[in-house]
Write a protein that binds this ligand. Structure first.
Ligand code: CA
Length: 235
């Protein structure tokens, strides 16, 4: 049985999550205090950790950073109360795998948990890259090395989070094609439902900051208004 750790101080949310997770056959452990949650996460193995942002004694961001610092690579889903916190979480690159904005539906949480677990299991098999993926992808000043997870912009190596990298690679593999937000969500985050697509927009804006000369007037990553995005590579 897969074990899930919930670190959350709001009893109603804990109960809602616990009930729905147990119904799906997950075993659940709960910490309602930050420090206690951190210790549990350090001492035990979990399939996934649901981590609230505002907690007594230690907040979610600190916990996330400390776990990553201790090389605990359990997937972490941050639970945030405000939409405005999303940019902060993604922007700080504290090492969370995903976030969910409150209020959320249990169905959404379960779907995300399953998506992340699927992804982790797929990645841990260390499958070689499919042959359709080129060894080096190059356009103008940008060079991507899919096998090494490296990107060079104007001959300078630029760091990408795993999700940013996957997104860029996917856009590059489908260059000059418009991709909908839902398509990107499914391809990169494995969501098999129409979920919140804001995570796509946030990541696109980070990609632009990293590869575009003028992120406000993007040369590569174009917006297809009301639909999605396209990586445009001049022929
Ligand atoms: Ca809280």
């Amino acid at each position: 049985m897969k074990k899930v750790l919930i670190i959350e101080d709001e009893l109603s949310i804990v109960k809602l999550l616990q009930y729905n997770l147990e119904k799906e056959n997950y075993s659940v452990e709960v910490a309602m205090d930050g420090e206690e949650g951190l210790n549990l996460a350090l001492e035990n193995e979990y399939a996934i950790i649901l981590l609230d942002l505002m907690l007594p004694s230690k907040d979610g961001m600190e916990i996330c950073k400390e776990l990553r610092g201790e090389k605990v690579d359990t997937p972490i889903i941050m639970l945030t109360a405000k939409d405005s916190e999303i940019d902060k979480i993604v922007g700080l690159e504290i090492g969370a795998d995903d976030y969910i904005t409150k209020p959320f539906s249990p169905r959404e949480v379960i779907a995300r948990i399953k998506a992340i677990i699927r992804r982790v299991e797929k990645n841990s098999k260390h499958e070689p890259l499919p042959e359709t993926i080129e060894k080096v992808i190059k356009f103008d000043d940008i060079v991507i090395y899919p096998e090494n997870f490296e990107v060079y912009v104007k001959e300078k190596k630029v760091d990408f989070t795993p999700k940013e990298f996957e997104l860029l690679l996917y856009l590059a593999e489908n260059k000059n094609r418009i991709l909908s937000r839902e398509q990107l969500l499914l391809a990169i985050w494995d969501y098999d439902f129409t979920g919140e697509t804001r995570i796509v927009d946030v990541h696109i804006s980070h990609l632009r900051d990293k590869i575009e000369e003028n992120p406000k007037k993007p040369y590569y990553i174009k917006t297809a208004r009301g639909f999605g995005y396209k990586l445009e590579v001049p022929k």
